[in-house]
Design a protein around this ligand. Structure first.
Ligand SMILES: C[S@@+](CC[C@H](N)C(=O)[O-])C[C@H]1O[C@@H](n2cnc3c(N)ncnc32)[C@H](O)[C@@H]1O
Length: 321
């Protein structure tokens, strides 16, 4: 039977208020990207995955389709724990291989977005009767201490989600993963590779304006949950390649002065015309640098696969015995 459990107090309105106040007090101003994913944000992200400019999802799916049986042979039977699982649509490709010939498989999707987690868990239960789904609603780091309960495990971190961490967040994340993963445990990581700026900027500035709606939805959420009182028409979307940091920087450019209220804390912030509030980064990688970096956390690369145009890569990592 499908179970979705909530780990302790994820994303309460007060967490949101504190995170917004912290990021807006900094310069340049920023907001943590996990708050992009309320119910509407998750729906918009699914639409982004279908956009012609957003090659990432299709490239990663093509790789997973090809390598799923290889991964199954290498890892043997494992519990699949997926961080930031979203709709889990690509995960079907793995579940099909791991549940072959009716083998029973445990799948633990973890996501801050309760609505998409529930929909995904229900869909998977219907599609794969031999897969036992236990969804966890909450943040990545809340799920990591639970890994030791799952026996042999493969942690899935797909969709280029690792690219949303800055250097300090990435360091903290991999330290936590290395500490929580049992020896011999596996990680399957999906990463976007560095490529010409024009291709990257097009992927995050789609012609249909869905990514812009995704950015603006964060401010609509602030209006609703924090009483921010913003005129959404004053907020534009921008995505630019930063070659020095090898990352796409996505943000909201304010066209007019706005006073943003954070009612639960009784605080307000004035944002001037022309100011940018960064809402998300997406780092892009070179495979040699990334595999060296991951080795520093005791994670050896056991298999690497890219799509035929080498836009995206999926890495199977194993924690040293
Ligand atoms: C870039 S999307 C990727 C979704 C899916 N894995 C894919 O490949 O299409 C990131 C997902 O992670 C979730 N998420 C973001 N930050 C999170 C956090 N700190 N803890 C748990 N889930 C998070 C979002 O709700 C979203 O579903």
């Amino acid at each position: 039977m499908m179970v979705v459990s909530t780990m302790t107090s994820p994303d309460t309105v007060l967490d949101f208020a504190h995170a917004v106040a912290l990021g807006l007090s900094d310069r340049p101003r920023w907001l943590p990207s996990r708050f992009l994913y309320d119910e509407r944000g998750s729906e918009l992200f699914e639409q982004i995955c279908e956009l012609p400019e957003y090659y990432l999802t299709r490239a990663e799916a093509a790789i997973l389709r090809r390598v799923a049986p290889v991964l199954r042979r290498k890892t043997g039977p494992v519990t699949l724990v997926e961080l930031g699982s979203g709709s889990s649509v690509k995960t079907d490709l793995l579940l099909a291989a791991y549940a072959e010939e009716g083998a029973s498989v445990r799948y633990v999707p973890v996501d801050v977005s309760a609505s998409i987690l529930r929909t995904a868990a229900e869909r998977i239960e219907e599609t794969f009767p031999s897969v036992n789904v236990s969804g966890l609603h909450g943040e990545f780091e809340q799920a990591l201490p639970l890994l030791e309960d799952y026996g042999p495990v493969m942690l899935l971190f797909l969709g280029s989600s690792i690219g949303n961490f800055n250097q300090a967040e990435s360091l903290a994340f991999w330290r936590r993963v290395a500490a929580a993963l049992p020896r011999g445990g596996w990680v399957l990581l999906g990463v976007d590779l560095a490529k010409p700026a024009a291709v990257l900027e097009a992927a995050y500035n789609d012609a249909a304006g869905v990514t812009a709606a995704f950015t603006r939805n964060l401010f609509a959420r602030m209006n609703r949950e924090l009483g921010a009182g913003l005129d959404l028409a004053a907020i534009g979307h921008e995505a630019r390649w930063n070659p020095e940091w090898q990352r796409i920087e996505i943000g909201a450019r304010f066209h007019r002065r706005q006073t943003l209220h954070v009612e639960p804390l009784g605080r307000r912030f004035t944002i001037e015309p022309g100011e940018l509030v960064m809402t998300e980064i997406s780092r892009k990688y070179s495979l040699p640098n990334l595999t060296e970096y991951l080795r520093c956390f005791g994670l050896a690369t056991a298999h690497t696969a890219t799509d035929d145009q080498r836009r995206f890569a999926v890495l199977l990592l194993q924690k040293g015995e």
